[in-house]
Write a protein that binds this ligand. Structure first.
Ligand code: DQA
Length: 143
């Protein structure tokens, strides 16, 4: 099984960015964590991060016919991007949406997610462990 893990804008700033909200671990720590989770589950994974909406759309499109599932933290684009929603619907792969923070307990504008209109599962507020849960879920439902 091959899983594509996609992270949106400002997640490359983990460790520096609002540590009270996102913790002190860095983006490199997250990459290592995800790589380890995939190895434990015996799945191949690629990890992609971009601050650009178009690059995220292109990366989702590139999964068509090449990956079995997607884990995505669209970051701020969660709340704004019809283009990312449409790309996910276009490739029609099982997709889990992950957020490090508990978005429902934060500002009102973070309560709505376009991506949730497509995702088969949404995991929020569990930090890095949310990615682990997403990978385990996709492995357990892959047939
Ligand atoms: C986030 C939550 C978003 O609202 C925010 O814009 C982010 C990160 C999270 O992982 O908690 O950049 O997706």
């Amino acid at each position: 099984m091959k899983i594509m893990v996609i992270n949106g804008p400002n997640l490359n700033m983990l460790g520096i960015r609002e540590p009270d909200v996102y913790g002190k671990s860095t983006y490199a720590d997250l990459e290592n964590f995800v790589t380890e989770c995939c190895a434990q589950q015996g799945v191949e994974c690629s990890i992609f991060q971009s601050n650009s909406e178009g690059d995220i759309v292109t990366q989702i499109q590139s999964c068509y016919g090449t990956y079995d599932a997607i884990v995505i933290n669209p970051a701020a684009y969660t709340h704004t991007s019809v283009a990312i929603l449409d790309a996910l619907k276009a490739v029609a792969l099982p997709t889990v949406e992950v957020h490090l923070s508990e978005v429902s307990q934060r500002e009102e504008f973070r309560h709505f997610s376009y991506v949730s209109l497509y995702a088969c599962k949404v995991i929020t507020g569990k930090g890095f462990d949310g990615y682990k849960e997403a990978i385990e879920y996709l492995v357990s439902t892959n047939n």
